[in-house]
Design a protein around this ligand. Structure first.
Ligand code: FRU
Length: 442
């Protein structure tokens, strides 16, 4: 976006007036999710997940296998504590339905962070690069929330008739830390948990530019003069942004910080796991966010949000006017989270994980007060049904869902739609269609 007066790009915004338009509708609500017959791995909690992809974003296929990486923790831990011990494991599959766990990707060691948070993975010339968030500090006695963007580079892939192995050694390096000027440092943060995480490799098909997107916060040097807060100091701690770094040489381990692609100052604190899908020359910038990270006065929901522009640094406008793309039904508002979108022929597929369900009106804070067995019972901890999404310009519409954890490649046919027409829905929360095709209700 260019400010015509001085030729400088001003960062596009997710404004409070966009967010005030957030409302569940038939176009955005995914069906109620029920526990799957089989989990991805019953010994693990599995949440944020991403494909091993090539430089141009194509999903890597290695001797017939596709690979995903997930944040994982032992399944006997209370689900709420999983972020404190998160470890990246890889899974592989020939059919995109049945997944085999290959173990922790950094089996030798990961020298940075006390745990690993989300990232992305690149397969380039036979080498695996796993980008991740080094959360906390290695060896710390008390858990800290420092976040640095790191890479483990140099992995190799071997395949056998029924297995795939990712082997090290990985060369670990801290790639990016916030600079305090365009990206807030932890010491500048003034409220909710700050963010500098979730690196996402992206090569721009139009320009060839090599980029790393990430979730961040924008520093607010002069709150008194800043009209993005609409004069209300309670909005001040909500300053989420989508950051970007570039690699001028294309080297996947050399990055320079650049201005954010989008910011949600005064609107929302966490624009999580940002990523871009280019469709028909349009750049769709997606991220996940929570209901509790919207600034006071806004009624958001846990959802996948999206913006669209005609170039990577274009004038992003919110999809569906508010930015809301896919959300959970009102009756199961926390059933899925951490969405990732990828193209499949004429449509988009949206993967996420099965989060808390059967809450019957409880908030996530209430869940933490439940007896441990009840917290476990109500947590999915495996991949959710993949959502099929229609996209047309600035509009999107949920079409249908595939099975839990079914991640088809673009060359693979999708099963027939459950219902060609989703029909009308009384209250817009998406339940009606689902309940007609499923038994039981949460
Ligand atoms: C989203 C998220 C990510 C982070 C991870 C930590 O689900 O908050 O931003 O990397 O969870 O578990």
């Amino acid at each position: 976006m260019t400010n015509e007066a001085d030729g400088e790009r001003s960062v596009p915004r997710w404004t409070r007036s966009h967010a005030k338009r957030i409302e569940r509708s038939d176009a955005s609500v995914a069906p109620v999710v029920y526990p799957p017959d089989e989990e991805m791995d019953p010994d693990l909690h599995v949440w944020d997940t991403w494909f091993l992809r090539e430089r141009d974003g194509t999903i890597a296929e290695i001797d017939g296998y596709r690979v995903v990486f997930s944040l994982t923790a032992p399944a006997d831990l209370l689900p709420g504590t999983r972020h404190d011990v998160a470890t990246i494991r890889y899974f592989y599959s020939r059919d995109g339905r049945n997944w085999q766990c290959g173990g922790p990707v950094f089996a030798d060691d990961a020298p940075f962070g006390s745990r690993q948070w989300a990232g992305s993975a690149l397969y380039d010339d036979g080498t695996v690069y796993v980008y991740y968030t080094a959360a906390g500090t290695r060896g710390e006695d008390e858990l800290s929330y420092t976040q640095r963007i790191a890479v483990g580079a140099g992995g190799t892939v071997e395949t056998g008739s029924d297995e795939l192995t990712i082997a090290g050694p990985f060369d670990h390096e801290i790639l990016l830390e916030p600079d305090g000027t365009i990206y807030e440092r932890e010491s500048q943060a003034c409220g909710m948990i700050y963010t500098f995480r979730d690196p996402w490799f992206f090569e721009d098909p139009a320009t060839g530019e090599t980029c790393l997107l990430f979730e961040a916060n924008t520093p607010i040097p002069d709150p008194e003069e800043d009209d993005r807060f609409e004069g209300d100091p309670s909005h001040l701690e909500f300053n989420g942004s989508v950051g970007v770094a570039v690699s001028p040489s294309g080297d996947p381990t050399e990055w320079e910080l650049d201005e954010p692609l989008l910011e949600g100052v005064g609107t929302n604190q966490e624009l999580e796991r940002p990523h871009v899908v280019v469709d028909d020359g349009r750049y769709y910038l997606f991220f996940s966010s929570h209901d509790h990270t919207f600034a006071p006065g806004l009624e958001g929901v846990d959802a996948l949000y999206g913006f669209v522009a005609d170039s990577l640094r274009g004038e992003y406008v919110p999809v569906n006017e508010s930015g809301l793309v896919v959300t959970n039904p009102a009756s199961a508002p926390f059933q899925t989270y951490s969405w990732v979108v990828y193209p499949h022929r004429e449509e988009l597929l949206v993967s996420s994980f099965f989060n808390y369900y059967d809450l019957r009106g409880l908030s996530l804070d209430d869940v933490a007060e439940l007896p441990p067995a009840e917290q476990q019972r109500r947590f999915g901890g495996t991949l959710a049904p993949t959502v099929r999404l229609d996209v047309s310009g600035t509009d999107t519409r949920v079409r249908d869902v595939l099975e839990h954890g079914h991640l088809p490649l673009p060359r693979e046919e999708l099963p027939p739609l459950l219902s060609a027409d989703r029909g009308s829905d009384d209250d817009g929360d998406g339940d009606e269609r689902v309940l007609s095709s499923r038994k039981g209700e949460y």
